[in-house]
Design a protein around this ligand. Structure first.
Ligand SMILES: *[C@@H]1O[C@H](CO)[C@@H](O)[C@H](O)[C@H]1NC(C)=O
Ligand SMILES: *[C@@H]1O[C@H](CO)[C@@H](O)[C@H](O)[C@H]1NC(C)=O
Ligand SMILES: *[C@@H]1O[C@H](CO)[C@@H](O)[C@H](O)[C@H]1NC(C)=O
Ligand SMILES: *[C@@H]1O[C@H](CO)[C@@H](O)[C@H](O)[C@H]1NC(C)=O
Ligand SMILES: *[C@@H]1O[C@H](CO)[C@@H](O)[C@H](O)[C@H]1NC(C)=O
Ligand SMILES: *[C@@H]1O[C@H](CO)[C@@H](O)[C@H](O)[C@H]1NC(C)=O
Ligand SMILES: *[C@@H]1O[C@H](CO)[C@@H](O)[C@H](O)[C@H]1NC(C)=O
Length: 684
């Protein structure tokens, strides 16, 4: 009926791998009983006592499904597509939504386009399947979709290898992808690469993305019965299944997270208690650096692993392939982790356990069980250490410690280029109070070292390329960052930290709030519709800020938005900063340091003491596509403009700086300021 082979049994531990192959002519999908070699062992704590049968693979070729079981859970994958169709765990037949089609439960997709053409959503189904590694401790499976000219137009010119690893003793599976373009392939853009899991909606109701951000979520049908708001993602729940949620807004972008904090998120099922978690052990393969934001989990119930996206950044961070350059990148592995509790402890213990697992995964990175040659192991990687100081003689005569600086390696480029970098690997850390940093586990390659610090404007770049070789331990010693600075500070607005969170973030409309954030000060900006509150707070005339009188936390609206005239037309808005100078020095130019935390299809024009002069004294030109106003982002990409202000433009009487955001076709055009500083002329 069927043949089955035993691949190894190792002494006392009885580690076994069984590879069961149904012959093609086999008529039945039944296989021999599993428990011949079962053994009780205890996991960490007592929550995960399990039956260890090693990793077992069965191929139900008649049903085009591959079944993997390690005694802790069972994973079904379609062949040769490599979609995750079933996850059996803790007595639940399938954690994934069985009401959905097989190919719509756990899958990879990409968004791509020919240059200048429309985008295509492309679900990646493998066309060939292979067992890559098989031993008593793990099984690695590969599902490849290969491109050639015959499938041009249909698929992106990219070979995509979706890998899954199932390990002994781990309740969950690892997923990673190898995206590969041989030399000479046609030009494309690729803006999104991700993995999607859709869980059973009748089981998973509680979502957690951080200690503070967790809650009972609406049902997917609640969105259908609700009222779509200014864009389809945002829906007012008018008749939710759980009436406690009536009157709330649901929008997946309210659950976004910066890469550096986006390490574990997922869902909890109350009965039986089960957690489903996406654990990202490293940020090396994510694009655009540590503070790039992205989606996590949201109503569906859906859990994502976003590898590449334009969210909170715009198409300028999408991957662009030109000139037929050879390219390959390994995304992941990430861990889809499952947990359960037998004793009391409540759902909170599932979240705590998931965090513990996340810490363990991060510690054991780079995984020694990933054998793909383009995934360097620990001893094939290198490290860089150093100390960053800051020299700004107008702040203090001495050097300052690079306190809490973000320091990272990314592919070579200009200072700050890491926030748009998208095809390589990045390695970031945060320095200690004295600016000392140590970056380890770096893949061999050619990098630049970049840094920026909370409290200081601009971007640092170490001017020598850093070449990482296997096992290297580079000591860079003391590095000194001289931030942009022309003269003494005359006044400043905000804190240079690349966000607008220190400014006035209004209360949401009471009828349009997400209750999760109503008591939060930290996440206040994640409410829907805050841009519209500008019109309530400044109904007649635009914001005027008087230096020395106004308080930025109260009087500086977090986003410079357009004005809705309530008949579907929008008007540009002009903000004013009023300040006095005791005297106007003739010794040189003044400098306006203007740092933006976000820009979306904006053109910010700056005028000094003359609101109507054309052209403006300074204009950013049209910039930005990060959509952070609509997406409750509080920041997108960072922009810094150092604007020369000839003394002839200033007077000793009240001066006014007019800030006009001139692009006003819609509600979501605008900027968020990070920080503004007027500097006097240089002192000799
Ligand atoms: C854990 O399991 C061991 C062995 O079954 C048992 O002796 C111990 O009491 C358990 N501990 C807890 C905290 O449940
Ligand atoms: C996996 O597929 C097998 C064979 O079709 C089926 O019996 C089993 O229930 C599936 N398991 C899950 C978790 O979907
Ligand atoms: C591209 O998208 C635009 C806007 O959605 C649409 O009007 C146009 O028909 C599309 N073109 C093609 C070739 O699909
Ligand atoms: C594939 O299709 C694109 C878009 O139509 C076209 O520009 C390109 O030349 C085609 N490439 C090949 C190799 O056929
Ligand atoms: C309505 O729009 C027109 C332009 O189409 C504009 O001139 C007018 O002022 C707007 N009305 C109001 C009340 O804002
Ligand atoms: C002062 O600013 C003006 C206008 O931007 C510029 O042309 C000039 O070169 C600047 N002068 C100095 C000394 O930097
Ligand atoms: C300058 O502006 C401040 C704040 O608006 C105001 O209090 C003051 O009277 C003004 N001074 C002059 C001379 O206009």
């Amino acid at each position: 009926m069927c043949c089955w082979r035993q691949w190894g049994s190792v002494g006392l531990l009885l580690l076994l791998l069984h590879l069961l192959m149904m012959s093609a002519s086999s008529s039945s999908g039944k296989s021999p009983p599993r428990c011949l070699y079962c053994r009780k062992v205890l996991g960490k704590g007592n929550s995960t006592a399990f039956v260890d049968v090693g990793v077992q693979l069965r191929v139900h070729s008649s049903e085009q499904v591959l079944v993997v079981d390690n005694g802790l859970f069972q994973l079904n994958l379609s062949i040769p597509g490599g979609d995750v169709t079933g996850i059996r765990y803790n007595g639940i037949d399938n954690l994934l939504e069985t009401l959905r089609d097989d190919f719509d439960r756990g899958y990879w997709d990409v968004v791509w386009n020919w240059p200048g053409k429309n985008i295509t959503f492309d679900r990646v189904h493998g066309t060939t399947f292979e067992v890559v590694t098989e031993n008593e401790d793990l099984l690695e499976l590969s599902f490849v979709r290969t491109w050639d000219v015959s499938v041009n137009e249909t698929f992106a010119p990219m070979n995509i290898d979706k890998r899954y690893i199932i390990r002994r003793g781990i309740s969950g599976f690892y997923a990673y992808g190898i995206l590969d373009r041989p030399e000479g392939w046609p030009n494309i853009d690729m803006d999104q690469v991700r993995i999607v899991f859709k869980l059973q909606k009748d089981l998973f109701h509680y979502m957690a993305i951080s200690d503070e951000r967790q809650r009972i979520m609406p049902m997917p049908e609640d969105r259908e019965t609700g009222l779509p708001l200014a864009y389809p993602e945002a829906v007012l729940l008018t008749n939710p299944t759980n009436q406690d949620l009536r009157g709330e807004v649901d929008d997946k972008y309210q659950y976004s997270c910066e890469n550096k904090d986006n390490r574990v998120h997922g869902w909890i099922c109350g009965e039986p208690p089960v957690g489903f978690w996406m654990i990202t052990p490293s940020n090396e393969f994510r694009t655009a650096g540590p503070i790039k934001q992205d989606l996590t989990s949201h109503v569906g119930p859906i859990t994502l692993s976003m590898f590449v996206s334009t969210h909170y950044a715009g198409k300028e961070v999408g991957m662009k392939f030109r000139n037929g350059d050879r390219w390959q990148k390994v995304f992941g592995p990430v861990l889809v982790y499952l947990n359960s509790i037998t004793s009391e402890g409540g759902v909170g213990s599932l979240w705590e356990d998931a965090k513990g697992q996340m810490a363990y995964e991060a510690e054991t990175w780079p995984y020694d069980f990933v054998l793909f040659q383009a995934f360097p192991l620990s001893d094939e990687r290198g490290s860089v250490a150093g100390q960053l100081l800051v020299a700004d003689r107008y702040m203090t005569k001495d050097y300052m410690w690079g306190d809490s600086a973000y320091v990272g390696l990314a592919p070579p480029g200009e200072a700050g280029s890491w926030q748009r970098e998208n095809k390589g690997y990045q390695f970031w850390t945060q320095a200690d109070k004295k600016g000392r940093f140590f970056i380890e586990k770096i893949r061999p390659g050619n990098y630049n070292l970049y840094a920026w610090l909370p409290g200081i404007i601009g971007d640092y770049k170490y001017d020598v390329n850093v070449i990482i070789t296997p096992g290297c331990a580079i000591k860079l010693g003391v590095l000194v960052y001289k931030p942009p600075r022309q003269g003494p500070t005359l006044w400043e607005i905000g804190i240079p930290d690349r966000t607008a969170s220190e400014f006035s973030v209004p209360e949401p409309y009471p009828t349009l709030s997400n209750f999760l954030y109503t008591t939060s000060t930290q996440d206040k900006f994640r409410q829907y519709g805050l841009w519209e509150r500008y019109m309530d707070l400044y109904p007649e005339s635009d914001l005027v800020y008087a230096v020395g009188v106004s308080d930025y936390s109260r009087d500086w609206f977090f986003a410079h938005v357009t004005r809705n005239t309530y008949n579907l037309t929008y008007k540009a808005t002009t903000w004013q900063i009023i300040f006095e100078l005791e005297e106007v020095s003739q010794s040189g130019n003044y400098t306006l340091q203007l740092a933006l935390a976000s820009a979306n299809e904006a053109d910010l024009q700056v005028r000094f003491n003359d609101p109507s002069i054309e052209p403006a004294h300074f204009s950013t030109g049209q910039i930005g596509n990060d959509n952070a106003i609509a997406r409750h982002g509080i920041h997108g990409l960072y922009w810094l403009f150092s604007i020369q202000v000839p003394c002839s433009l200033l007077g000793t009487r009240n001066n006014t700086i007019f800030l006009t955001q001139a692009q006003a076709k819609g509600a979501f055009q605008g900027v968020m300021y990070d920080y503004i500083r007027l500097e006097g002329p240089p002192k000799i």
